[in-house]
Write a new protein. Structure first.
Length: 409
């Protein structure tokens, strides 16, 4: 049995699966170890949002029980991943005048300017999910990471605000709390995936993380070490299966099977004339499927997803910042040759994302569909470390200040 204070749990309630990831913070706080994983097929989620609360609650419970058994822990709280087409992000700047007599910027000034940056007019019924700090400016001088102790009359901060529809976010929270579990924080799923995949150098150079799930595609842009942009498309792997079911005139379950067994993101010259023979579970005659048609349908849908991302990034003026390229994750990242197709459309290097600075279950760390859940655990460890460090930080500031005051008396 693990020490409960060192355990962090990430819960992803996705369109195709519910995933619970259990992590243990190493004793010296140097990293994370994944010690448990629970999964359940998702039946009550569509396009990343809950549409059947009862079924979703049952699926979450099943995944929680499996994770508890594997990790030998009792799960009491989770970091909950959220997504959906209602989630948006934008950059905002907060301004705060430094009013102290000596013009030295204090931790309270930093808190005030961040608070001002969060004071924004959001669409009706929307709430802030994240206000991610980017850089500070002191008297117009930008690129400052920590302004405490500097002298200045005007303090500014750039933040990236991620927000979503309040009621639609609450649906996911209520489903978890209905199981007598606490929600530590809600986390945008795309942000969680990027935390799992990117290291500091990749964030600094500029990277695009694309998480293609069952019902949505989340994407996040990092540049200069901070988040610059987030987006959500209400299109994912399930839409590919729907296209195949309609185009090949087969049941949805069979279309999903064909996607997994014969799918590819590229049409190859060797596909011409190739066929796949499938039998019916109902004893109906055999059906012959054109492999060329199957892969063309898949390629067209994936091309659409990547082209929509390209258009969005071009409008935001971010295409030239991505010097480290793009990283794919999510269940659809398993589709053969998807990275090659993405490279062609995005016009940058594309690789399958790998989790970093995390150890533990090899079966979870190597799979692209677990990036979000692993990232949720990593987010939780960062928040936990902040809570531990924060009192120490302010204590040190007050100590230094008192010493300075004492010398000046």
């Amino acid at each position: 049995m693990f020490d409960s204070s060192s355990i962090i749990v990430g819960l992803e309630v996705g369109t195709s699966k519910v995933c619970v990831m259990v992590g243990e913070v190493n004793p010296d706080s140097s990293g994370l170890t994944i010690v448990g994983l629970g999964q359940s097929k998702s039946r009550g989620v569509r396009k990343g949002e809950i549409c059947d609360a009862s079924a979703t609650g049952e699926d979450i419970r099943n995944a929680i029980v499996e994770a508890e058994q594997m990790a030998d822990v009792e799960i009491r709280s989770v970091y909950l991943g959220v997504t959906g087409a209602h989630i948006r992000g934008f950059n905002n700047r907060g301004v705060h005048p430094v009013v102290s007599a000596d013009r030295e910027i204090s931790p309270e000034d930093v808190q005030d300017v961040i608070k001002n940056a969060k004071t924004i007019n959001l669409p009706a019924q929307h709430q802030v999910i994240h206000a991610v700090r980017q850089h500070f400016l002191v008297d117009g001088h930008n690129g400052i990471i920590d302004p405490v102790g500097m002298l200045g009359g005007r303090l500014e901060v750039d933040v990236h605000v991620v927000h979503g529809h309040l009621n639609r976010l609450q649906n996911a929270i209520r489903a978890v709390k209905g199981l007598q579990l606490e929600v530590e924080e809600i986390v945008f799923s795309g942000l969680a995936s990027s935390l799992a995949l990117l290291n500091s150098e990749q964030k600094e150079l500029g990277s695009l993380v694309i998480d293609i799930g069952g019902g949505t595609t989340d994407y996040v842009v990092y540049a200069d070490g901070v988040i610059k942009y987030v987006g959500v498309l209400a299109v994912g792997g399930d839409h590919i299966s729907n296209d195949l079911a309609y185009g090949l005139k087969v049941p949805l379950g069979r279309a999903e099977q064909l996607k997994l067994e014969w799918g590819s993101a590229f049409l190859d010259s060797t596909d011409q004339g190739q066929t796949v023979t499938i039998s019916s579970d109902l004893g109906l005659p055999l059906k012959i499927i054109s492999l060329e048609n199957l892969r063309r349908i898949m390629a067209l849908r994936l091309e659409e997803i990547f082209n929509l991302i390209v258009q969005d990034l071009q409008q935001a003026g971010l295409s030239d910042y991505l010097r480290s390229g793009a990283f794919l994750c999510g269940g659809a990242a398993r589709i053969p040759q998807i990275a090659s197709l993405a490279e062609q459309i995005l016009e940058m290097p594309v690789t399958l994302g790998k989790t970093n600075s995390i150890s533990g279950l090899k079966s979870a760390l190597d799979q692209p569909e677990f990036a979000t859940a692993i990232g949720l655990v990593k987010f939780g460890s960062i928040q936990q470390r902040k809570r531990v460090d924060k009192p120490t930080f302010f204590h040190e500031i007050k100590t230094v200040f008192s010493q300075v005051v004492g010398r000046n008396k």
